[in-house]
Design a protein around this ligand. Structure first.
Ligand code: NAP
Length: 393
């Protein structure tokens, strides 16, 4: 079962002138010039592909030889991308989804992750565990004075039944209270599906046991996006973005967005490389973010194959001297996007942060697996009663 289907809620730009981007706001404590955007082809001295230039015609992962050179001197901890609004984001984020009922699991995992050095947390209102993330963050910051709130990049998301403009604001305020922070670094619309709510902010379920879809807001997300933009204006969110958005959905959004989405968080792993959407995002200066980068725990329904059990991927891991998780995360970084591994196991939390650089041969071997697979593991159409990807069925 796709990982997010196992959960339910529990709780309650700046103008850009190349070379002259100047910001003065609460996120940047001093006024400073942000370095000019460096085209990918001139990236030799730059750690990783930063903002992808609009004239970008070659998919970023084809530049991986270059990235290989530049990544070698870095650690996962220092690797960042620059989003289309100038905000920097750590390339490796820690996934915080946890099965409902596993009380304390998220606290322990996030505490360990922060200790190991992760500085990017991927949360969601829907996961029902933002309070545990908040507790772990508060305790870590209290005992680690060298790290400040602003050193941690926090992403969270608004769930489907909270897409009405006033509910978008309610949602971020609820997340802020649970996370015990006063701003979110990145606030996402979790799915391009709007649903109805009950008076107590729970999801309204119809007689068929599925969500009651708000057709108007699903077909025209402009009111939702305007509410998201107001959160940036109100400085409750530094950046806004989307998740599970399709190319058609992004095209629609880009037509009316005053503030462009900075990321599209989507499923990406070698069994679902999502290449067309990844390329579209790069072309439009929207950073793809890979969820389920380790292939989650799922198997291909028709064959029973799993990412974990794939012989080619395991052979790459064996010959490179790294474990499979590290290989999968390295492949994602070398394709140029953010990766969000999740683990509740301390040794894996550590290992997933020690990401190597794949050789050309190993990168190509993973690419070959990706070219021959197309299985989406996360699709909540049976829960929602609405299919974002009817073409997959
Ligand atoms: P994932 O990170 O691909 O896989 C997590 C699973 O892999 C867990 O069962 C974990 O087990 C195991 N694991 C972790 N490291 C491992 C390693 N080195 N070797 C072997 N197994 C390992 O999948 P995910 O949880 O689906 O996705 C990650 C994050 O993406 C989520 O936590 C969430 O933040 C986000 N996400 C977002 C959406 C969305 O709609 N936007 C959807 C899905 C996920 P243990 O925990 O037992 O170690």
């Amino acid at each position: 079962m796709p990982v997010e289907q196992q959960s339910r809620p529990r709780s309650s730009c700046p103008d850009s002138v190349p070379g002259q981007l100047v910001r003065q706001n609460r996120w940047v404590h001093e006024t400073r010039a942000i370095p000019p955007i460096i085209p990918d082809t001139l990236c030799v001295t730059h750690p990783l592909p930063t903002t992808h230039s609009k004239s970008h015609s070659i998919p970023p992962y084809l530049h991986h030889r270059l990235f290989t050179i530049t990544m070698a001197a870095e650690t996962a901890a220092s690797r960042t991308y620059t989003l289309n609004n100038g905000v920097k984001v750590p390339a490796v984020g820690f996934g915080t989804f946890a099965n409902e009922g596993a009380k304390g699991e998220t606290y322990n995992a996030v505490a360990k992750a922060l200790e190991v050095g992760y500085r990017h947390l991927d949360c969601a209102w829907f996961y029902g565990n933002e309070d545990e993330v908040g507790d772990a963050l508060r305790d870590f910051l209290a005992k680690t004075p060298s790290v400040k709130r602003e050193d941690i990049f926090i992403c969270t998301k608004v769930w489907n039944h909270l897409h009405a403009p006033e509910d978008v604001e309610w949602s971020i305020k609820d997340s802020l209270a649970n996370l015990r922070v006063d701003y979110i670094d990145l606030f996402l619309v979790h799915w391009p599906v709007a649903a109805e709510k009950n008076a107590d902010h729970t999801v309204k379920i119809g007689p068929d046991g599925k969500y009651v879809i708000n057709k108007a807001l699903t077909e025209n997300p402009e009111p939702t996006w305007r509410a998201m933009e107001r959160l940036v204006d109100a400085r409750l969110a530094r950046s806004i973005g989307v998740s599970n958005w399709t190319i058609a959905g992004l095209e629609q959004l880009l037509q009316f967005a005053r503030i462009k989405p900075v990321v599209n968080q989507i499923e990406i792993h070698p069994f679902f490389p999502n290449t067309e959407l990844v390329d579209f995002c790069f072309k439009h200066d929207i950073m793809p973010t890979a969820y389920s980068p380790l292939g989650s725990q799922n198997q291909v329904p028709t064959t029973g194959e799993t990412v974990r059990g794939d012989p080619t991927l395991n052979a790459v891991a064996k010959r490179s001297g790294h474990n499979l998780g590290q290989v999968l995360l390295a492949w994602g970084l070398q394709r140029g996007y953010i990766v969000l591994p999740k683990s509740s196991t301390p040794s894996r939390i550590e290992g997933n942060f020690q990401i190597p650089t794949l050789s050309q041969e190993d990168f190509e071997a993973v690419q070959a697996v990706a070219r021959t697979h197309r299985t989406r593991f996360v699709n909540m159409k049976d829960t929602f009663g609405y299919d974002v990807w009817p073409e997959d069925s």
